[in-house]
Design a protein around this ligand. Structure first.
Ligand SMILES: [Fe+2]
Ligand SMILES: [Fe+2]
Length: 134
């Protein structure tokens, strides 16, 4: 069983957003598979890519929110900024060798992804679909 399963009902039918969510979930699964291994460089590279791609993904959503004038831009962006700061901080500590990747951290990301999707992204995707975005 996969650590995080991004299933059919979590797909918002907005291609770019769905692809990014699936790719981020896939990276979380890869990191989960590396927990406790001695492949430190691989973990660090993956975590760096995860941070970069998360930033790209948040920019994508924020640009779509602005472009289509979806309400609650600031509260959605605040959630993005909050988690991004948290991920980057953890990344810095891990990359500098201060600690190892932990299950606790991956669990918190998984929970955040599911909650954020349910409370924010799913509504955004529904709205965008209504605007004819595919
Ligand atoms: Fe979002
Ligand atoms: Fe998202």
């Amino acid at each position: 069983m996969k650590f995080i399963e991004w299933n059919e009902e979590q797909l918002g039918k907005i291609k770019v957003i769905d692809e990014q969510h699936l790719s981020l979930a896939d990276m979380l699964n890869q990191m989960h598979g590396l927990l406790g291994s001695d492949k430190n460089e691989l973990v660090k590279n993956l975590l760096s890519k995860f941070c970069d791609d998360t930033k790209t993904h948040f920019d994508t959503e924020e640009n779509l929110i602005k472009e289509y004038k979806f309400p609650n831009y600031f509260s959605h962006k605040m959630e993005h900024d909050r988690v991004l700061a948290q991920i980057n901080k953890e990344k810095e500590v891990i990359i500098s060798g201060g600690k190892m990747l932990t299950l606790e951290f991956l669990n918190s990301l998984r929970t955040w992804m599911f909650n954020h999707h349910e409370l924010n992204d799913s509504k955004l995707c529904k709205f965008l679909a209504g605007q004819g975005v595919e």
